[in-house]
Design a protein around this ligand. Structure first.
Ligand code: SF4
Ligand code: SF4
Ligand code: SF4
Length: 401
């Protein structure tokens, strides 16, 4: 781990109040106690201080985080912040929830700990998100109701959406209109589905066919450029890719970091540690180790042969299928868990390679076109304008899928 900032995906519970068909987590009844949390916090924070990693971001997930109580989460975060302050570290907290268990009792912790912001997930149309034994429509109804309640309480709700075959058939226009015009979502991100965890009939449809998926992404990018960009709507990954190709600082998703194992770890309620939530919950052979059984985080990471294999992947891809790619410096071969869940090997490039290339090319062209129109505007508006533009190099960062 060599970054100056670290993201920790913390799964204090592996229980969930939903049973989504494409869920990649093998759920259990395990829950983290505050005593066990203190042990994790000490072992994570000590080496951060030693390595001068001043910033830690904890992404609270599950399972479903709202199967825990708001008061437990308040106590847990207070405990962490106190331990961090004693070591001179800063911890920020993010909340990923399905909103199904949201009620007014969550408003205080969301405001006080999470900056009055949550991230949630919904698809359009929703085919696969459901409660056990219920239809997807029941889930959608509860989610929409709770979305409105949360926003009425002043909470900023960001959405992650995963396309499915019906999304592609329906097209980008209706998808964009649902989130932006109907639900008034001002920030959402589109993620690609992958067949992680235990196989089932829905996961057999994955990965999605890259050709219609690429058409959908490109159409959605164009809709956002035409209707969302100027009005402050953010649609990921297009907004950050545009910034990247405009040589501005960009917060790219973890799938395109140079080596996600440098920036992120995940720990579950049993103390297991792995690259991210799918690995820790569903692929025991790919865990880095167990923090409760290790003397320290440093010892666990140093001794992990699995972590070494993650670090080897980017170079293996540079020497393999990605060497001639124009976008290698941006994509780095894509996401390890998408590759593994499809091909059964870490050493493969991301199965959505063709999609990425299409989207990168499109957003690079969009950035060039915007630069040309802004140059034309500058020339006509100010003939004495600057001749030299100073390019600020793009920087990568991560946030969870
Ligand atoms: S995808 Fe999320 S909300 Fe759905 S069952 Fe899995 S953990 Fe629960
Ligand atoms: S989702 Fe993929 S890129 Fe992101 S941390 Fe997990 S394995 Fe790495
Ligand atoms: S776009 Fe494809 S070829 Fe290029 S770096 Fe990514 S996975 Fe490799």
């Amino acid at each position: 781990m060599s970054a100056k900032a670290l993201s920790l995906i913390l799964l204090p519970t592996l229980q969930c109040n939903a049973a989504c068909d494409y869920c990649f987590e093998d759920k259990t009844k395990d829950r983290l106690s505050l005593e066990r949390l203190a042990e994790i916090v000490d072992k994570v924070l000590d080496p951060l201080g030693e390595r001068k990693i001043a910033e830690l971001t904890i992404h609270w997930q599950g399972g479903e985080i709202m199967t825990l109580s708001p008061s437990w989460l308040m106590r847990a975060c207070a405990q962490i912040d106190e331990a961090a302050a004693a070591r001179g570290c800063t911890v920020s907290h993010g909340l990923q929830t399905n909103l199904i268990g949201y009620h007014a009792g969550w408003n205080d912790p969301i405001r006080e700990i999470f900056g009055n912001r949550v991230s949630t997930s919904m698809d359009y149309p929703n085919l696969y998100r459901r409660r056990r034994g219920r239809e997807a429509a029941d889930y959608t109804e509860i989610w929409v109701r709770n979305l409105h309640r949360a926003r009425a309480a002043g909470i900023d709700v960001q959405v992650i959406a995963v396309p499915n075959p019906a999304t592609l058939e329906m097209g980008a226009e209706r998808f964009y209109a649902y989130f932006v015009d109907v639900l008034d979502i001002r920030s959402f991100q589109v993620n690609t589905p992958f067949p992680g965890g235990s196989p089932n009939a829905v996961k057999q449809l994955l990965p999605l066919d890259p050709e219609p998926l690429a058409r959908f992404y490109v159409d959605l990018a164009d809709l956002w450029l035409a209707r969302g960009l100027a009005s402050g709507v953010r649609v990921g990954p297009f907004d950050e890719l545009l910034a990247y190709f405009q040589d501005q600082p960009a917060l790219l998703p973890c799938i395109w970091t140079e080596d996600c194992a440098n920036h992120m770890i995940s720990i579950d309620a049993r103390g297991h540690m792995a690259q991210c939530d799918c690995w820790v919950a569903s692929y025991p052979d790919y865990r880095f180790g167990n923090l409760f059984e290790s003397a320290s985080l440093g010892a666990l990471l140093r001794d992990s042969s699995v972590l070494a294999r993650f670090h080897q992947r980017p170079m293996a891809l540079v020497q393999g299928g990605c060497i001639d790619c124009d976008y290698l410096a941006l994509c780095h071969g894509g996401c390890p868990v998408r590759a593994y869940s499809v091909y059964g090997r870490l050493s493969e490039k991301d199965p959505y390679c063709a999609l990425y290339r299409a989207v990168f090319g499109h957003m690079a062209a969009a950035a060039a076109s915007l630069a040309r129109s802004s140059a034309r505007h500058l020339v006509s508006a100010d003939p004495c304008g600057p001749e030299t533009l100073i390019a600020v190099g793009p920087s990568t960062h991560i946030f969870p899928e």
